[in-house]
Design a protein around this ligand. Structure first.
Ligand code: 13P
Length: 257
């Protein structure tokens, strides 16, 4: 049984002050769901908010995990503007998003770079959330499976088949568009991903959590999470409102019970 994981990707949103008030509100709204340990919530603020949020989580003994939105693969050195896995671990980060499509397209991150980032995360004791997903033209051309397999093959070259990873299926056409995948399409893609993980991880692939991301809302979360290979969600826009993200966590909890 895989415990549902709900990840909030705030992208480049929320100041430290806004992040702290979001946390307090989310803790009030979702405490009942998180207390019973049936679902896990990880939120990924901008780097600047990580340390203050960690302090608040510890001070208030909250059952909330902290994630980063990116990292660099070196521990230290002359890499202006980059953040190392060790620095993230020091801030109490447990998860890190790697290879989000916005970074793949806007910042030209290659799958080779992403694999290095994931490998560095694992080496530092962090769990990478590896993002994959196709464009609309790839989907319409009937090439989704080939695309996902190629992205996984290249981005997973770091993986030994047994260290903990999370994979997020985020179709690019569904991100920020209000046009989520259907539950059937999300399940089909997540099943392709799991089959692919089996080739490298054997039966361990059954323990890997695979998330769906792309226009998830409190209204569509239960349906999107109903697929047997969909183990949670990576939520952008809707996660900026604490009450909406709490409602998505609650939907996952109900779906799992
Ligand atoms: P939206 O939920 O805003 O579509 O964003 C999804 C996403 O990119 C999460 O990483």
């Amino acid at each position: 049984m895989r415990k549902p994981l709900l990840a909030a990707n705030w992208k480049m949103n929320q100041t430290v002050a806004e992040s702290l008030s979001w946390l307090a509100e989310f803790d009030r709204d979702a405490a009942d769901v998180l207390d019973n340990q049936e679902v896990e919530a990880v939120f990924c603020p901008p780097f600047t908010a990580l340390y203050p949020l960690r302090q608040a989580i510890v001070a208030h003994k909250m059952d909330i995990l902290l994630g980063a939105q990116d990292l660099f693969w070196q521990e230290a050195g002359a890499f202006t503007g980059e953040i190392s896995p060790v620095m993230l671990a020091e801030c109490g980060v447990s998860h890190v998003i790697c290879g989000h499509s916005e970074r793949r397209t806007l910042l030209q991150e290659s799958s080779e770079m992403i694999s290095k980032k994931c490998g560095a995360a694992v080496a530092a004791g962090l769990v990478p959330i590896l993002c994959v997903g196709e464009t609309l033209s790839i989907r319409e051309g009937g090439l989704t499976q080939e695309w996902l397999e190629a992205q996984l093959f290249e981005s997973l070259s770091f993986w030994d088949g047994k260290s903990e990873i999370v994979v997020a299926y985020e179709p690019i056409w569904a991100i920020g568009t209000g046009q989520a995948a259907t539950a059937a399409d999300a399940e089909a893609a997540c099943a392709i991903i799991r089959d692919n993980l089996r080739e490298k991880g054997g039966s361990y692939a059954d323990q890997v959590r695979i998330l769906y991301g792309g226009s998830v809302t409190p209204q569509n979360a239960a349906e999107l999470l109903s697929g047997s290979d969909v183990d949670g969600a990576l939520v952008g826009g809707a996660s900026l409102k604490a009450a909406a993200f709490a409602a998505i966590c609650r939907a996952a909890f109900r779906e799992n019970c």
